[in-house]
Design a protein around this ligand. Structure first.
Ligand code: PLP
Length: 424
């Protein structure tokens, strides 16, 4: 459970996250009364005395225990910086996490976290598909360090994943279960609670950690820590940043886990800088507004697409029905369907390209979660690197188009899709 600062409460009641995003963790009296946290564009910090510098380093390098009420002093911006620390305090609020670490990118968060906890001879069990950069890390970089990975399809049942763990016991000791849910671009959900049960069952000499990449639905519509995950990861480039103007990442979890990650981050140098941290604090003020608007817009767009004669199939969490195996997971794990839609156009790559080339308001670009609507072609863009056979098995067809719905007026987004579909 989170340990909020006193300002996180009013008359003993916890304030809502959106109410805390304008100032939580920031004290104007320390910055000339500035209402917003300034950008501390500085690499290093002046110590009041040599003794103070010594005391800060003792704490930073774990040479002694923190005294009651002693705060870690500012040393050097690879270790700490006011923008980074205030951002991290603010980020803990949404996921109700004890601690947060912010990074220079989503991949910096993912790679630093994995390197902190996995050792040669160990195995990462991961859902499939995962983000392209993560996929490359798991399949091509980690094996160079003696860490092997085993993928399970996102839609696999708990029994199927358990069977896979037993079958692959000879490959090494299970060290982590790494989950990306919903899977991109098919919106297939992975059951986080089931993964947490499996991790528990295999935690003997050491804890098997469950890490969840929550970029697509979090932190508003899915909170993995509540379902048994140990670590939540984000590409903050997407919804958290939300303006297509910053690359950043986040990891959240219990204090002891995050402090181990920060130990690695200090040496790997993967932390977020002051400018990035400032931009993310700016973005967090409107996170709920943006994500709520995008989620509402997406329903109109998905309904329009589902009814269109040139659309063969729509992959949208809001269209799951009780007959669907994923329906139960969705209602237990998610609080809304988010704003990512994939659909298959009638035809193939040529028809999908014709549609993409005809869009006028929606931008043709990869990435997602920003204020502007974006469309892309997974088979030849975000998932071009996936083995073609595997791509078809995952349901990533040449006819598939992925849309990240933005905050424009929903009628305009639909009008653009309607005129572009007419061109096909
Ligand atoms: C974009 C993305 C990443 C990588 O994040 P960067 O900020 O680009 O490094 C990781 N996971 C998911 C699900 C993503 O969409």
């Amino acid at each position: 459970m989170a340990t909020r600062k006193p300002e996180g409460y009013l008359d003993g009641q916890p304030l809502h996250p959106e109410s805390l995003m304008m100032g939580y963790g920031y004290r104007p009296e320390l910055s000339q009364g500035a209402v917003k946290c300034p950008i501390f564009q500085t690499s290093t910090f002046v110590f009041a005395s040599a003794e103070e510098g010594k005391a800060f380093f003792e704490l930073a390098y774990g040479l002694r225990k923190q005294r009651p009420n002693e705060e870690m002093g500012l040393i050097y911006s690879r270790l700490n910086n006011p923008d980074l620390e205030i951002l991290e305090d603010r980020l803990t609020i949404w996921d109700d996490a004890e601690a947060a670490a912010a990074f220079a990118s989503g991949m910096a968060a993912i790679s630093t976290t994995i390197l902190t906890f996995l050792r040669p001879g160990e195995v990462v069990l991961h859902s499939e598909p995962v983000y392209g950069g993560t996929d490359y890390l798991l399949k091509h970089i980690l094996p160079m360090f003696g860490i092997r990975c085993i993928g399970f399809p996102a839609q696999a049942s708990e029994a199927e994943i358990a069977a896979l763990i037993s079958r692959s016991a000879g490959m090494g000791k299970l060290g982590m279960i790494y989950v990306e849910t919903p899977a991109n671009p098919t919106n297939t959900l992975v059951d986080i609670a089931a993964c947490a049960r499996l991790a528990q069952a295999h935690s003997h000499e050491r804890q098997v950690l469950v890490a969840v990449d929550n970029t697509f639905l979090g932190p508003l519509w899915q909170q993995p820590l509540k379902h048994g995950a140990d670590l939540v990861l984000y590409s903050a480039t997407k919804y958290i940043g939300g303006h297509s103007d910053v690359i950043a990442g986040v990891c959240l979890g219990a204090k002891d886990l995050i402090s181990q990650i920060k130990g690695f981050r200090t040496i790997l140098g993967t932390m977020a800088g002051p400018n990035t941290s400032f931009l993310l604090m700016r973005s967090l003020e409107t996170l709920k507004l943006r994500m709520t608007c995008q989620m509402k817009n997406a329903r109109y767009v998905a309904d329009f697409l589902a009814d269109h004669p040139k659309v063969a199939k729509v992959h949208y969490l809001g269209h799951l029905t009780p007959e669907d195996a994923q329906y139960e997971i969705f209602h237990r794990q998610c609080t809304a369907p988010g704003a990512m839609i994939s659909f298959e156009i009638v035809g193939g790559e040529a028809e999908a390209f014709r549609l993409l080339n005809s869009l006028r308001l929606i931008r043709l670009a990869v990435s997602l979660g920003s204020t502007e609507s974006l469309a892309e072609h997974p088979a030849t863009m975000t998932h071009a690197d996936v083995d073609p056979e595997e791509r078809m098995e995952l349901g990533i067809t040449p006819a598939m188009v992925r849309i990240s719905v933005g905050v424009e007026h929903p009628e305009d987004i639909i009008a653009d899709l309607r005129q572009a579909l007419e061109q096909v």
